[in-house]
Ligand binder design. Structure first.
Ligand code: G3I
Length: 352
Protein backbone atom coordinates (compact mmCIF):
# COMPACT_ATOMS: atom_id res chain seq x y z
CA UNK A 1 0.00 0.00 0.00
CA UNK A 2 1.57 3.35 -0.96
CA UNK A 3 1.03 7.05 -0.12
CA UNK A 4 -1.82 7.70 -2.52
CA UNK A 5 -3.84 4.85 -1.02
CA UNK A 6 -4.38 6.79 2.16
CA UNK A 7 -7.38 9.11 2.10
CA UNK A 8 -10.32 9.49 4.45
CA UNK A 9 -14.04 9.93 4.07
CA UNK A 10 -15.01 13.32 5.55
CA UNK A 11 -16.24 13.09 9.17
CA UNK A 12 -15.59 15.45 12.09
CA UNK A 13 -14.21 18.90 11.24
CA UNK A 14 -10.58 17.82 11.81
CA UNK A 15 -11.06 14.83 9.54
CA UNK A 16 -12.73 16.98 6.88
CA UNK A 17 -9.78 19.35 7.20
CA UNK A 18 -7.33 16.51 6.62
CA UNK A 19 -9.36 15.02 3.79
CA UNK A 20 -9.68 18.39 2.07
CA UNK A 21 -5.95 18.98 2.56
CA UNK A 22 -5.01 15.52 1.35
CA UNK A 23 -6.89 15.83 -1.93
CA UNK A 24 -4.81 18.92 -2.84
CA UNK A 25 -2.01 17.60 -5.08
CA UNK A 26 -2.62 13.94 -4.06
CA UNK A 27 -4.23 11.75 -6.72
CA UNK A 28 -6.30 9.75 -4.26
CA UNK A 29 -6.92 6.10 -5.27
CA UNK A 30 -9.56 5.04 -2.73
CA UNK A 31 -11.52 6.34 0.28
CA UNK A 32 -10.41 3.76 2.81
CA UNK A 33 -7.78 4.94 5.22
CA UNK A 34 -6.73 7.43 7.86
CA UNK A 35 -3.74 9.70 7.12
CA UNK A 36 -0.44 8.21 8.26
CA UNK A 37 2.62 10.33 8.97
CA UNK A 38 5.94 10.59 10.73
CA UNK A 39 8.13 13.03 12.65
CA UNK A 40 11.08 14.17 10.58
CA UNK A 41 14.63 14.81 11.77
CA UNK A 42 16.03 17.86 9.99
CA UNK A 43 19.62 16.62 9.54
CA UNK A 44 18.85 13.37 7.64
CA UNK A 45 16.11 15.15 5.68
CA UNK A 46 18.86 17.20 4.10
CA UNK A 47 21.45 14.44 3.64
CA UNK A 48 19.82 11.01 3.40
CA UNK A 49 18.07 10.25 0.09
CA UNK A 50 16.82 6.86 1.33
CA UNK A 51 15.20 8.65 4.26
CA UNK A 52 13.47 11.13 1.95
CA UNK A 53 12.29 8.23 -0.25
CA UNK A 54 10.84 6.36 2.72
CA UNK A 55 8.93 9.45 3.89
CA UNK A 56 7.49 10.03 0.42
CA UNK A 57 6.64 6.34 -0.02
CA UNK A 58 4.79 5.86 3.27
CA UNK A 59 3.55 9.22 4.56
CA UNK A 60 0.67 11.63 3.85
CA UNK A 61 1.75 14.08 6.50
CA UNK A 62 4.90 15.06 8.32
CA UNK A 63 5.78 16.88 11.55
CA UNK A 64 9.10 18.42 12.57
CA UNK A 65 10.76 16.53 15.42
CA UNK A 66 12.16 19.98 16.16
CA UNK A 67 12.19 23.28 14.32
CA UNK A 68 8.89 24.75 15.59
CA UNK A 69 9.86 24.51 19.26
CA UNK A 70 10.80 27.78 21.01
CA UNK A 71 14.41 26.66 21.48
CA UNK A 72 14.80 26.27 17.69
CA UNK A 73 12.58 29.15 16.55
CA UNK A 74 13.42 31.86 19.08
CA UNK A 75 17.14 32.06 19.99
CA UNK A 76 16.51 35.63 21.16
CA UNK A 77 13.41 37.76 21.93
CA UNK A 78 13.56 39.59 18.56
CA UNK A 79 14.35 36.57 16.40
CA UNK A 80 12.23 33.98 14.53
CA UNK A 81 14.36 31.37 12.74
CA UNK A 82 12.23 29.45 10.22
CA UNK A 83 14.93 27.47 8.37
CA UNK A 84 13.86 24.05 9.61
CA UNK A 85 10.04 24.40 9.29
CA UNK A 86 10.36 26.14 5.90
CA UNK A 87 12.57 23.30 4.68
CA UNK A 88 10.15 20.65 5.91
CA UNK A 89 6.99 22.30 4.56
CA UNK A 90 8.64 22.80 1.16
CA UNK A 91 9.54 19.08 1.09
CA UNK A 92 6.04 18.10 2.20
CA UNK A 93 4.24 20.29 -0.34
CA UNK A 94 6.57 19.26 -3.16
CA UNK A 95 5.52 15.65 -2.49
CA UNK A 96 1.79 16.17 -1.95
CA UNK A 97 2.00 15.80 1.83
CA UNK A 98 0.71 17.93 4.68
CA UNK A 99 2.59 19.12 7.76
CA UNK A 100 1.50 19.28 11.42
CA UNK A 101 2.87 21.99 13.74
CA UNK A 102 4.63 20.92 16.96
CA UNK A 103 4.43 22.80 19.35
CA UNK A 104 3.36 26.35 20.46
CA UNK A 105 3.37 26.05 24.28
CA UNK A 106 5.53 23.43 25.99
CA UNK A 107 7.55 23.46 29.28
CA UNK A 108 10.63 22.03 27.52
CA UNK A 109 12.89 23.02 24.60
CA UNK A 110 12.65 26.65 25.74
CA UNK A 111 15.40 29.28 25.24
CA UNK A 112 16.87 30.68 28.44
CA UNK A 113 15.50 34.21 27.81
CA UNK A 114 11.93 32.87 27.68
CA UNK A 115 12.40 30.89 30.90
CA UNK A 116 13.11 34.23 32.60
CA UNK A 117 9.66 35.63 31.72
CA UNK A 118 8.06 37.13 34.82
CA UNK A 119 4.51 38.19 35.55
CA UNK A 120 1.16 37.92 33.75
CA UNK A 121 1.56 40.91 31.41
CA UNK A 122 4.99 40.04 29.97
CA UNK A 123 4.29 36.31 29.78
CA UNK A 124 0.89 36.60 28.10
CA UNK A 125 2.24 39.19 25.65
CA UNK A 126 5.16 36.94 24.62
CA UNK A 127 2.96 33.82 24.32
CA UNK A 128 0.32 35.62 22.25
CA UNK A 129 2.84 37.36 19.97
CA UNK A 130 4.67 34.07 19.37
CA UNK A 131 1.51 32.18 18.45
CA UNK A 132 0.09 34.99 16.28
CA UNK A 133 3.40 35.25 14.42
CA UNK A 134 4.12 31.55 13.91
CA UNK A 135 0.56 30.31 13.22
CA UNK A 136 -0.03 33.40 11.07
CA UNK A 137 3.03 32.60 8.95
CA UNK A 138 1.79 29.09 8.11
CA UNK A 139 -1.93 29.91 7.95
CA UNK A 140 -3.64 27.60 5.46
CA UNK A 141 -0.45 25.52 5.05
CA UNK A 142 -0.24 23.83 8.49
CA UNK A 143 -3.77 22.42 9.08
CA UNK A 144 -3.16 21.02 12.57
CA UNK A 145 -1.21 22.35 15.59
CA UNK A 146 -0.13 20.89 18.93
CA UNK A 147 -1.08 24.12 20.66
CA UNK A 148 -0.28 22.90 24.19
CA UNK A 149 2.10 19.99 24.80
CA UNK A 150 2.45 17.97 28.03
CA UNK A 151 0.32 20.19 30.30
CA UNK A 152 -0.10 17.36 32.82
CA UNK A 153 2.46 17.04 35.62
CA UNK A 154 4.58 13.92 35.94
CA UNK A 155 6.20 14.24 39.34
CA UNK A 156 4.22 11.91 41.57
CA UNK A 157 1.04 9.91 42.08
CA UNK A 158 -1.18 13.03 41.98
CA UNK A 159 -1.47 14.30 38.38
CA UNK A 160 -2.14 18.02 38.12
CA UNK A 161 -0.96 20.98 36.06
CA UNK A 162 2.73 20.71 35.15
CA UNK A 163 5.03 23.44 36.41
CA UNK A 164 6.28 25.56 33.54
CA UNK A 165 7.15 29.18 32.81
CA UNK A 166 3.60 29.35 31.43
CA UNK A 167 1.73 27.92 34.42
CA UNK A 168 4.03 29.69 36.89
CA UNK A 169 3.04 33.10 35.50
CA UNK A 170 -0.47 32.46 34.13
CA UNK A 171 -1.78 29.40 35.95
CA UNK A 172 -4.01 27.07 33.90
CA UNK A 173 -5.22 30.17 32.00
CA UNK A 174 -2.12 29.87 29.72
CA UNK A 175 -3.94 27.02 28.00
CA UNK A 176 -7.02 29.21 27.36
CA UNK A 177 -4.80 32.01 26.06
CA UNK A 178 -2.81 29.72 23.76
CA UNK A 179 -5.91 28.14 22.18
CA UNK A 180 -7.85 31.39 21.75
CA UNK A 181 -4.79 33.04 20.18
CA UNK A 182 -4.21 30.09 17.82
CA UNK A 183 -7.89 30.05 16.86
CA UNK A 184 -7.78 33.76 15.99
CA UNK A 185 -4.54 33.30 14.01
CA UNK A 186 -5.92 30.45 11.86
CA UNK A 187 -9.70 29.87 12.18
CA UNK A 188 -9.49 26.67 10.06
CA UNK A 189 -6.63 24.88 11.80
CA UNK A 190 -7.24 21.79 13.97
CA UNK A 191 -6.18 22.76 17.51
CA UNK A 192 -4.78 19.91 19.58
CA UNK A 193 -3.86 19.37 23.23
CA UNK A 194 -1.12 16.74 23.23
CA UNK A 195 0.14 14.51 26.06
CA UNK A 196 1.74 11.17 26.91
CA UNK A 197 1.22 8.22 29.25
CA UNK A 198 -2.51 7.85 28.48
CA UNK A 199 -2.45 4.27 27.10
CA UNK A 200 -1.13 1.69 29.58
CA UNK A 201 -2.82 -0.69 32.04
CA UNK A 202 -1.11 0.99 35.02
CA UNK A 203 -2.30 3.09 37.97
CA UNK A 204 -0.17 5.98 36.72
CA UNK A 205 -1.66 5.91 33.23
CA UNK A 206 -5.15 5.60 34.70
CA UNK A 207 -4.53 8.68 36.87
CA UNK A 208 -3.31 10.57 33.81
CA UNK A 209 -6.45 9.66 31.84
CA UNK A 210 -8.62 10.92 34.71
CA UNK A 211 -6.57 14.15 35.01
CA UNK A 212 -6.81 14.75 31.25
CA UNK A 213 -10.59 14.27 31.26
CA UNK A 214 -10.93 16.70 34.19
CA UNK A 215 -8.75 19.25 32.36
CA UNK A 216 -10.72 18.86 29.12
CA UNK A 217 -14.00 19.35 31.01
CA UNK A 218 -12.71 22.56 32.62
CA UNK A 219 -11.55 23.84 29.23
CA UNK A 220 -14.88 22.94 27.62
CA UNK A 221 -16.74 24.71 30.41
CA UNK A 222 -14.63 27.83 29.70
CA UNK A 223 -15.31 27.53 25.91
CA UNK A 224 -11.62 27.07 25.14
CA UNK A 225 -11.43 26.06 21.43
CA UNK A 226 -9.67 22.73 21.90
CA UNK A 227 -10.67 20.51 18.98
CA UNK A 228 -8.76 17.32 19.54
CA UNK A 229 -6.69 15.28 22.00
CA UNK A 230 -3.31 14.02 20.81
CA UNK A 231 -2.14 10.66 22.18
CA UNK A 232 1.64 10.89 21.99
CA UNK A 233 1.69 7.10 22.48
CA UNK A 234 5.34 6.55 23.34
CA UNK A 235 4.33 3.02 24.38
CA UNK A 236 6.42 1.26 27.07
CA UNK A 237 6.97 -2.13 25.40
CA UNK A 238 6.78 -4.00 28.72
CA UNK A 239 3.38 -2.53 29.67
CA UNK A 240 0.05 -3.89 28.37
CA UNK A 241 -2.34 -1.44 26.71
CA UNK A 242 -5.57 -1.14 28.75
CA UNK A 243 -7.88 -1.56 25.73
CA UNK A 244 -11.16 -1.27 27.66
CA UNK A 245 -10.05 1.77 29.64
CA UNK A 246 -8.60 3.47 26.56
CA UNK A 247 -11.83 2.85 24.62
CA UNK A 248 -13.88 4.23 27.52
CA UNK A 249 -11.52 7.23 27.73
CA UNK A 250 -11.79 7.90 23.97
CA UNK A 251 -15.55 7.62 24.22
CA UNK A 252 -15.59 10.23 27.03
CA UNK A 253 -13.38 12.51 24.92
CA UNK A 254 -15.66 12.08 21.90
CA UNK A 255 -18.71 12.82 24.06
CA UNK A 256 -17.16 16.25 24.65
CA UNK A 257 -17.22 16.82 20.88
CA UNK A 258 -13.45 16.36 20.53
CA UNK A 259 -11.53 14.31 17.99
CA UNK A 260 -8.52 12.17 18.81
CA UNK A 261 -5.30 11.52 16.92
CA UNK A 262 -2.07 9.63 17.54
CA UNK A 263 0.83 12.09 17.32
CA UNK A 264 4.16 10.50 18.42
CA UNK A 265 3.75 6.72 18.22
CA UNK A 266 6.74 4.49 18.96
CA UNK A 267 7.51 1.57 21.27
CA UNK A 268 10.08 1.95 24.05
CA UNK A 269 11.83 -1.43 23.77
CA UNK A 270 14.62 -1.21 26.35
CA UNK A 271 12.87 -3.74 28.62
CA UNK A 272 11.89 -6.11 25.80
CA UNK A 273 13.69 -9.38 24.89
CA UNK A 274 16.83 -9.00 22.75
CA UNK A 275 15.54 -11.46 20.12
CA UNK A 276 14.56 -9.23 17.22
CA UNK A 277 11.65 -11.37 15.94
CA UNK A 278 10.14 -11.59 19.43
CA UNK A 279 10.78 -7.92 20.20
CA UNK A 280 9.25 -6.68 16.93
CA UNK A 281 6.22 -8.91 17.46
CA UNK A 282 5.61 -7.48 20.95
CA UNK A 283 6.02 -3.92 19.62
CA UNK A 284 3.50 -4.58 16.84
CA UNK A 285 1.10 -6.11 19.38
CA UNK A 286 1.23 -2.98 21.57
CA UNK A 287 0.58 -0.74 18.56
CA UNK A 288 -2.28 -2.97 17.36
CA UNK A 289 -3.86 -2.92 20.82
CA UNK A 290 -3.77 0.88 21.04
CA UNK A 291 -5.10 1.50 17.53
CA UNK A 292 -7.75 -1.17 18.07
CA UNK A 293 -8.88 0.47 21.33
CA UNK A 294 -9.26 3.82 19.57
CA UNK A 295 -10.81 2.43 16.38
CA UNK A 296 -13.40 0.50 18.39
CA UNK A 297 -14.83 3.93 19.25
CA UNK A 298 -13.82 6.36 16.51
CA UNK A 299 -11.49 7.18 13.61
CA UNK A 300 -8.41 9.05 14.77
CA UNK A 301 -7.91 12.06 12.46
CA UNK A 302 -4.32 10.92 11.88
CA UNK A 303 -1.75 8.37 13.04
CA UNK A 304 1.79 9.74 13.28
CA UNK A 305 4.90 7.87 14.40
CA UNK A 306 7.77 9.73 16.09
CA UNK A 307 10.19 8.97 13.28
CA UNK A 308 9.87 6.39 10.50
CA UNK A 309 13.06 4.30 10.73
CA UNK A 310 15.04 2.81 13.65
CA UNK A 311 18.04 4.55 12.05
CA UNK A 312 16.89 7.96 13.36
CA UNK A 313 15.10 7.94 16.74
CA UNK A 314 15.21 9.78 20.08
CA UNK A 315 14.67 6.55 22.05
CA UNK A 316 18.33 5.67 22.80
CA UNK A 317 18.78 9.17 24.30
CA UNK A 318 16.63 8.06 27.25
CA UNK A 319 16.07 4.31 26.85
CA UNK A 320 19.35 2.84 25.64
CA UNK A 321 19.29 -0.97 25.98
CA UNK A 322 21.54 -2.36 28.71
CA UNK A 323 22.48 -5.25 26.41
CA UNK A 324 23.90 -2.82 23.83
CA UNK A 325 21.45 -3.93 21.15
CA UNK A 326 20.05 -1.09 19.03
CA UNK A 327 16.57 0.08 19.90
CA UNK A 328 13.83 -0.85 17.41
CA UNK A 329 10.93 1.57 18.26
CA UNK A 330 9.67 2.45 14.77
CA UNK A 331 7.77 0.93 11.79
CA UNK A 332 10.79 0.60 9.46
CA UNK A 333 14.12 -0.96 10.50
CA UNK A 334 17.47 0.81 10.09
CA UNK A 335 17.57 -0.33 6.43
CA UNK A 336 14.04 0.98 5.74
CA UNK A 337 12.53 -2.51 5.61
CA UNK A 338 8.91 -2.75 6.80
CA UNK A 339 8.52 -4.35 10.24
CA UNK A 340 5.44 -6.09 11.67
CA UNK A 341 4.60 -2.71 13.28
CA UNK A 342 4.17 -1.02 9.88
CA UNK A 343 1.91 -3.82 8.66
CA UNK A 344 -0.14 -3.57 11.84
CA UNK A 345 -0.52 0.21 11.44
CA UNK A 346 -1.51 -0.08 7.77
CA UNK A 347 -4.02 -2.85 8.39
CA UNK A 348 -5.53 -0.96 11.32
CA UNK A 349 -6.01 2.35 9.57
CA UNK A 350 -6.79 0.98 6.10
CA UNK A 351 -9.63 -1.09 7.55
CA UNK A 352 -11.10 1.83 9.50
O1 G3I B 1 20.12 21.15 16.99
C1 G3I B 1 21.01 21.06 18.08
C2 G3I B 1 22.45 20.98 17.55
O2 G3I B 1 22.77 22.22 16.92
C3 G3I B 1 23.38 20.73 18.72
O3 G3I B 1 24.70 20.55 18.22
C4 G3I B 1 22.93 19.43 19.44
C5 G3I B 1 23.82 19.11 20.62
O4 G3I B 1 23.35 19.70 21.78
O5 G3I B 1 21.56 19.60 19.92
C6 G3I B 1 20.68 19.77 18.84
O6 G3I B 1 19.42 19.97 19.36
C7 G3I B 1 18.82 18.76 19.85
C8 G3I B 1 17.50 18.53 19.08
O7 G3I B 1 16.81 17.40 19.64
C9 G3I B 1 17.74 18.25 17.61
O8 G3I B 1 18.37 17.04 17.45
C10 G3I B 1 18.49 19.00 21.33
O9 G3I B 1 19.71 19.08 22.05
C11 G3I B 1 17.67 17.82 21.86
O10 G3I B 1 17.20 18.12 23.18
C12 G3I B 1 16.41 17.65 20.98
O11 G3I B 1 15.76 16.52 21.47
C13 G3I B 1 14.39 16.47 21.03
C14 G3I B 1 13.50 16.57 22.30
O12 G3I B 1 12.12 16.33 21.92
C15 G3I B 1 13.55 17.96 22.92
O13 G3I B 1 13.08 18.93 21.99
C16 G3I B 1 14.21 15.09 20.40
O14 G3I B 1 14.93 15.05 19.14
C17 G3I B 1 12.73 14.83 20.11
O15 G3I B 1 12.54 13.49 19.66
C18 G3I B 1 11.93 15.03 21.41
O16 G3I B 1 10.56 14.88 21.07
C19 G3I B 1 9.64 14.94 22.16
C20 G3I B 1 8.39 15.68 21.68
O17 G3I B 1 8.74 16.95 21.21
C21 G3I B 1 7.38 15.77 22.79
N1 G3I B 1 7.08 14.44 23.34
C22 G3I B 1 8.22 13.60 23.73
C23 G3I B 1 9.22 13.52 22.57
C24 G3I B 1 10.39 12.63 22.94
O18 G3I B 1 11.11 13.19 24.02
Amino acid sequence: MRRRDFVTAAGAAGLALWTRGLFEGAAAASHSAIPFGAAVSDGPLQTDAAYQKALIEHCQLLVGEGGLKWADLRPSPSQYVYDQPDRLIAFAEANGMKMRGHTLAWYAAMPDWALQLKGETETSRELMTHIETVVGRYKGRIPSWDVVNEALSDDGPRVGLRDSVWSANLGEYYIDLAFHTARAADPAAQLVINDYGLEAATAKSSARRRAMLDLLRRLRDRDVPVQALGFQAHLPGNEEIDKDEVSRFVSDVKDMGLDVLVTELDVIDDQLPADIKERDAIAAKRVGALLGAILDVTRPTAVVTWGITDRYTWVPIWYKRADGHANRPLPLDEDYREKPMMRTIKQAIAGA
